[in-house]
Design a binder for this molecule. Sequence first.
Ligand code: NAD
Length: 250
Amino acid sequence: MSIQGKNILYTGAAGGLGLPATLHFLRAGATVLAVDHDAGKLAALSAAADGIRGGRLVTLQADLSDLEGFRMGLAEQAEALGGLDVVINNAAIYPSKPFQEYSIADHQAVQRVNVDAGIVAVQVALPTMRAQGWGRIINIASITFYGGWANLSPYVASKGALVGLTRAWAREFGAHGITVNALSPGAFPTDAEKIHPDPEGYTRFVLDHQSVKRRGDPADIAAALAFLASDAAGFISGQVLNVDGGWVMQ
Ligand SMILES: NC(=O)c1ccc[n+]([C@@H]2O[C@H](COP(=O)([O-])OP(=O)(O)OC[C@H]3O[C@@H](n4cnc5c(N)ncnc54)[C@H](O)[C@@H]3O)[C@@H](O)[C@H]2O)c1
């Protein structure tokens, strides 16, 4: 189950789930092109990666909402690396307020970062993947897509779009040796959760819903991503893998 030597694009790589997964891939000998718009968090990622032997970290500071700027920066980096083998569309924004308070522009801003930037990433990566007859695309979905959380309508819609694209791309790219899957995290205790007014109550709520009675760890996401990116997952495509401690069951 090796990802050694693979070139992995990871958007939002400096975030709560992205940073530990990026370190996991580096330890496994992959090259990670880590994209994020937050210079401070990218610097923290570089510092954390310092000293890891085997893999290689390349950072690209880019604002994904500038789709054409992202396309140009990514194309340049991808060419320098000799192409991308794995694309992980992970970056996301998640504003929260009642539906009526969102403007159309609010919706479009979330779609641009959470979905459209992923389309750009796949458009840049696809020629190499097709030429080599091997590729892995992993879209990060969310447990919120299954219902249960209010006030997140643009975010939930964006995750639905990613699940739809996962199926459409899986069908379209499969003949070229490219698999496309979504990974749906459950509720992980990252920074986004710290704004919760009742952290202990929220943890109780999460554990009540999970089958596995511990909180998720970013390492759980990293392990599942590494599997989906490997040869071992070559016969799995168009699926949503729920990494949520046995919360959602399909
Ligand atoms: N943490 C959870 O419990 C949880 C649950 C369900 C789904 N998810 C999904 O997992 C993924 C990672 O979540 P996370 O918890 O690491 O979130 P996070 O907010 O910690 O990380 C997201 C990263 O994306 C970057 N980003 C945001 N907007 C950007 C832009 N315009 N340009 C470039 N970079 C941008 C941020 O700087 C950040 O580093 C997301 O897709 C999220 O929807 C997370």
